[in-house]
Design a protein around this ligand. Structure first.
Ligand code: IPM
Ligand code: MG
Length: 345
C-alpha cells in the first residue's frame, strides 16, 4: 500500500514550500497517498481553532506528517483568550507523543560563504540537536492575572530518560548534555538522570555537560567540537536557531519529531524556520529545508533510506551548482530552486 502522508502546509510560505516538497517526492517514482489538512492560522480562520480533533485523528492514522509552518501577524495577539497558530503545532506534538526532535546541522561547503561565521570556524561542523519536545516550560501550567503571569517548567525522570536514550543512540563521537544546573531544579534532575542513563546503558559513549549560556557561546566559537547536543525543550528551541546560522540560513534546516519507536505512531517532519509572512506569496521562499525534511521523513518515518539519500544528494548538487535563494544571498526563486533539485534528482 502506498504510504499515507498528511500534508499540513499551514501559514505564510508554508503552502509554497510544501508544494515543492510534494513535487520532489513525486519525482522519486514512488507512489504516495496525500491528504492535505489545515493547521495554525489557516485552521483558526476556518474552524476557530489551530488544530481540530479531526485533523489530529487523521495524523494519528497516517504513516507520516509533512508540515510547512504556522503563524503570522494576522493572528498575533497578547490576549490569552484568543487562539494562536502555534497551539496547532504544540497540540500536534503533544497529541502524537513526539518527544524527540532531531535537528541535524551540517553546513555544506558550497554554502560556507553564506554563513556569517568564518569558513575556518564552521569547516567540518556536523552536529545533531536532540531537543526534548513535549515537556518543560512549553507545557507546564500557565497562570495569568492583570498584573502577573507565570509558566511552570516541569520534567519527570521518565521524560528525561527517554530523550537521553535517543541522544546516546544517535551519538558517533559523544553527547553534550546542555542544562542550567547551576540555577534550575529541573536542570539538576536532568543532569542526574542523564548521568544515570549513561552509566547504566551507554558507558562507552563520551558524555559532557555544559551550561546553556556556555553552550550558546561554544556553538559559534567552536561548533566542530559538538556531535550530539541533547537538551530540554526551550533551550533546544533557542540553540537550534543559533546552530542553523552555521549553515548560512535558517532556510536550510530540516527537522524530525518522533515518538516512541515501538508504538509505531507517525512522525512530523518540518523545516525549523517559521512562516516568514514578510515574503509569503512572493515566490522567493527557500524550499530546501522542507525538501530536506521530506528526506528525513523518508528515512525516519517511512524506512526509505535510498530515496532519502537521493533527495539530499540532489539538494547538495543544486547548491554546488550555485543555486542561491535570497536568504542565501542570491536571487533564485522558489520555482528555480524546485527545478534545480528536480534536475539533479
Ligand atoms: C520551532 C518553533 C516553535 C517552537 C514555535 C513556532 C511554537 O520555534 O519549532 O522551533 O517554539 O517549538
Ligand atoms: Mg524555534
Amino acid at each position: 500500500m502506498a504510504p499515507r502522508i498528511i500534508l499540513l502546509p499551514g501559514d505564510g510560505i508554508g503552502p509554497e514550500i510544501v508544494a515543492v516538497a510534494v513535487r520532489v517526492l513525486d519525482a522519486l517514482g514512488v507512489t504516495f497517498q496525500y491528504e492535505e489538512l489545515l493547521i495554525g492560522g489557516a485552521s483558526i480562520d476556518a474552524h476557530g481553532t489551530a488544530l481540530t480533533d479531526e485533523t489530529l485523528a487523521a495524523c494519528r492514522d497516517a504513516d507520516a506528517v509533512l508540515l510547512g509552518a504556522v503563524g503570522g501577524p494576522k493572528w498575533d495577539s497578547t490576549d490569552p483568550d484568543r487562539p494562536r497558530p502555534e497551539q496547532g503545532l504544540l497540540g500536534l506534538r503533544k497529541g502524537l507523543g513526539l518527544f524527540a526532535n532531531l535537528r541535524p546541522v551540517k553546513p555544506l561547503s558550497a554554502l560556507y560563504d553564506a554563513s556569517p561565521l568564518r569558513r575556518e570556524v564552521i569547516d567540518g561542523t556536523d552536529l545533531l540537536v536532540v531537543r526534548e519536545l513535549t515537556g518543560g516550560i512549553y507545557f507546564g501550567e500557565k497562570t495569568r492575572t492583570e498584573s502577573a503571569a507565570s509558566d511552570a517548567c516541569a520534567y519527570t525522570r521518565a521524560e528525561i530518560e527517554r530523550i537521553a536514550r535517543v541522544a546516546f543512540r544517535a551519538a558517533r563521537r559523544g553527547v553534550t548534555s546542555v542544562d542550567k544546573a547551576n540555577v534550575l531544579e529541573t536542570s539538576r534532575l536532568w543532569r542526574e538522570v542523564v548521568i544515570a542513563v549513561h552509566r547504566d546503558e551507554f558507558p562507552d559513549v563520551a558524555l559532557e555537560h555544559l551550561l546553556v549560556d556556555s553552550a550558546a557561546m561554544r556553538l559559534v566559537a567552536a561548533p566542530t567540537g559538538f556531535d550530539v547536543i541533547v537538551t530540554e525543550n526551550m533551550f533546544g528551541d533557542i540553540l537550534s536557531d543559533e546552530a542553523a546560522m552555521l549553515t548560512g540560513s535558517l532556510g536550510m534546516l530540516p527537522s524530525a519529531s518522533l515518538g516512541e519507536a515501538d508504538d509505531g505512531g507517525p512522525g512530523v517532519f518540518e523545516p525549523v524556520h517559521g512562516s516568514a509572512p514578510d515574503i509569503a506569496g512572493r515566490g522567493i521562499a527557500n524550499p530546501l529545508a522542507t525538501v530536506l525534511s521530506a528526506a528525513m521523513m523518508l528515512r525516519h518515518g517511512l524506512g526509505m533510506d535510498a530515496e532519502a539519500a537521493a533527495l539530499e544528494s540532489a539538494v547538495d548538487h543544486a547548491l554546488g551548482d550555485g543555486l542561491r535563494t535570497p536568504d542565501l544571498g542570491g536571487e533564485a526563486t522558489t520555482e528555480q530552486a524546485a527545478r534545480a533539485v528536480l534536475t539533479y534528482l
